[in-house]
Design a protein around this ligand. Structure first.
Ligand code: 2P0
Length: 332
C-alpha cells in the first residue's frame, strides 16, 4: 500500500538505433518483430516528476510546461501496469520536460517512457530489476526499452507470447568506446505519421517488409561483433545498410512513408563526401528528417561544421554516449 503521496523524479536520455526496429510481432504487448541495437546519448534529457496523489480524480500530464490531454490516456494506461503491481488505484500527476525538440525524430518517446518507468518504480518502491523496467518501458514505446541502459544496448525480440523475453541488455559501456553523435536538425515540426502508425502500415502493405525482418538477425550479429571489437568501419557499413533497408520498406509502404526532406538527403551526400576523404563518420536516420552522424571523436568537429553549412539545416547538436535511465529523487 502507498502512503498518501509518493513521488519521484527520474532522468533518461534518448537512444539512436544503429540496427533499426520497424515492425511488431504483437501490437497489444508492443513486442518487436525483430531485435535492435542502439547507442544512448549523453546530452539530451527527459526529466520526469511523478506524484501519486489520492486527491486526484484522474491522471494529469504536463508535457514541456503544457497541460496535455492527447497523451493522457496512453500514459495513464502505462501507469496502470505499475499500479497493478503496487495494488493501488491512486491517480498521478506527471510533469515531464525535454531539453530537445519533441516528436521530430529525436526519440523523445524513448527517453520519456524510460524516465516514467524509473520514476514509477521509485515512487511506488517496487524495486524492479533493470530487465523488468526495460520490459515495462517497452509497453510505452519499443525504443524506450533500450534507454533503460547506457552506452551500446541490444534489444531482444524474444519469442514468448507474453513478452517476458523481450527486453534490452547492455552490450558495452559508453566509456569503453566514446563515439560522438552530431545531429543535424532539418525541421522542428512534428512528423505527419507516428512510428506506431507507420510500422503498422509497412507491415500491412510494404512488399519488402518480410525481407526486412529476415535481414535483421544477420545485421544484429554483425553490429554486435563490430561493437565488441570497436571496429568503426564494420559498424558504419552495417548501420547505414540497416537504416537504408528500413527506409526502403517505408518508401515501398502504400501510400509511401517519406520521412526525409531535401536537407536530409543533402546531409547524407555531405557525409558520403567526408567518408571519401577518410573522415570517421557514418549516418543514420529514424522516422523523421533529422540526420544523426556517428563519429570517431576526432572527426566530430569537422562533421558538425560541414553539416552546419548545409542549406535547410536549422541547427546542429552534438552528444557523446551516456548512461541509462536513473532515479534522481524519491520522497513520500
Ligand atoms: C528505432 N524507431 O529502432 C526505430 C527506427 C524509429 C525508426 O523505435 O510503436 O516510438 O512506440 O514501439 O519506439 C520509433 O518507434 O515505436 C523507433 P513504438 P517507437 O529507433
Amino acid at each position: 500500500m502507498t502512503s498518501p503521496s509518493m513521488q519521484a523524479t527520474a532522468c533518461a536520455q534518448p537512444n539512436i538505433a544503429l540496427v533499426k526496429y520497424w515492425g511488431k510481432r504483437d501490437a497489444a504487448l508492443n513486442l518487436p518483430a525483430a531485435g535492435s541495437l542502439s547507442i544512448t546519448l549523453a546530452a539530451l534529457h527527459t526529466r520526469t516528476h511523478l506524484r501519486f496523489d489520492p486527491a486526484l480524480a484522474q491522471d494529469e500530464v504536463v508535457l514541456n510546461g503544457r497541460r496535455e490531454s492527447e497523451h493522457t490516456r496512453k500514459i495513464g494506461g502505462f501507469l496502470d501496469l505499475f499500479r497493478a503491481r503496487a495494488r493501488i488505484e491512486t491517480r498521478a500527476r506527471i510533469e515531464s520536460g525535454n531539453d530537445f525538440p519533441t516528436g521530430a525524430g529525436l526519440a523523445s518517446s524513448a527517453s520519456g517512457f524510460a524516465a516514467l518507468a524509473v520514476a514509477a518504480d521509485g515512487a511506488l518502491a517496487l524495486g524492479l530489476a533493470k530487465h523488468e523496467l526495460s520490459m515495462l518501458a517497452r509497453r510505452g514505446s519499443g525504443s524506450a526499452a533500450r534507454s533503460i541502459f547506457g552506452g551500446f544496448v541490444e534489444m531482444a525480440a524474444g519469442d514468448r507470447d507474453d513478452g517476458t523475453d523481450a527486453f534490452a541488455t547492455p552490450l558495452l559501456d559508453a566509456a569503453a568506446w566514446p563515439l560522438e553523435v552530431v545531429i543535424a536538425i532539418t525541421t522542428r515540426e512534428q512528423k505527419a505519421t507516428s512510428s506506431r502508425d507507420g510500422m503498422q502500415a509497412s507491415q500491412r502493405t510494404s512488399p519488402y517488409y518480410r525481407d526486412w525482418i529476415a535481414t535483421v538477425p544477420g545485421d544484429l550479429a554483425t553490429a554486435r561483433d563490430a561493437v565488441l571489437a570497436r571496429d568503426f568501419e564494420k559498424l558504419a557499413h552495417v548501420s547505414e545498410a540497416s537504416c537504408m533497408a528500413m527506409h526502403a520498406v517505408m518508401l515501398a509502404t502504400r501510400p509511401a512513408l517519406i520521412y526525409w526532406n531535401g536537407a536530409t538527403l543533402a546531409c547524407i551526400q555531405c557525409i558520403r563526401s567526408l567518408q571519401a576523404e577518410g573522415t570517421g563518420v557514418f549516418f543514420t536516420i529514424d522516422a523523421g528528417p533529422q540526420v544523426k552522424a556517428v563519429c570517431l571523436p576526432q572527426a566530430a568537429a569537422r562533421v558538425a561544421d560541414a553539416l552546419r553549412g548545409i542549406d535547410g539545416v536549422e541547427d546542429v547538436l552534438a552528444s557523446g554516449l551516456g548512461e541509462g535511465a536513473r532515479l534522481e529523487t524519491v520522497s513520500a
